[in-house]
Design a binder for this molecule. Structure first.
Ligand code: ZN
Length: 202
């Protein structure tokens, strides 16, 4: 269990607090999930630089290449890190027949915006966790184009990063009452490059 201050700041030896008000939005009341990302940038500093821009997107934590964990936003604030959602009931094969028909059609016609909009109108756990009920963890890592491949390839999450991720996910899940089955790699729930955080382990 982590100690969390009334302002949503973690007090733990392994967590270095470096919050950026520009990535914090409204109040985050109930946490239902955790989403694991890679930054698509070379360094922690490059992420911090972007977090200083007005209206910047970010997440609650950032894990550097050496495994250092930074808390970058309050646990009581929403950050913008999820984006367009996939249909949870399609992915888990639990749609009602009517919903299946509707969602299948949107997929077949490749209308991800509409799929996402419909998902956002659902309540968790009928949908995946979203910005307003999820904690985001960024891992420093870049991607590169590979000739002949449809998607860019993210670099591997290293052992130090995975050790820190494993500790952080467990502590956050315990502290916030989040089930380990509600911890996701970003591309598993959203429309993202499939290789993002592919080698993340927790
Ligand atoms: Zn992401």
């Amino acid at each position: 269990m982590l100690y969390v201050s009334k302002d949503g700041i973690v007090d733990a030896e392994r967590v270095e607090v470096r919050t950026f008000s520009n990535i914090e939005r409204g109040k985050l009341d109930k946490v239902n999930g955790i989403v694991v990302h890679q930054t698509n940038g070379p360094t922690a500093q490059s992420a911090f630089n972007s977090y200083r821009n007005p209206g910047a997107k970010g997440a609650h934590f950032l894990i550097d290449r050496d495994g250092t964990i930074y808390q970058t936003a309050s646990l009581h604030k929403v950050t913008i890190h999820v984006g367009l959602l996939q249909s949870r009931c399609l992915s888990t094969r639990q749609c009602t027949p009517a919903e299946f028909k509707h969602m299948r059609k949107l997929e077949d016609q490749w209308r991800p915006q509409e799929t996402s909009k419909r998902e956002y109108a659902k309540r968790w756990p009928e949908r995946y966790p979203i910005n307003s009920d999820a904690i985001g963890i960024e891992i420093v890592g870049a991607s590169k184009e590979v000739p002949g491949k449809k998607y860019p390839l993210y670099e591997s999450v290293n052992d130090q990063q995975n050790a820190s991720l494993k500790w952080l996910v467990k502590e956050l899940a315990d502290t916030l009452g989040v089930s380990m089955s509600e911890v996701y790699r970003h591309p598993d729930i959203a429309r993202k490059t499939p290789t993002e955080a592919a080698s993340a382990r927790w």
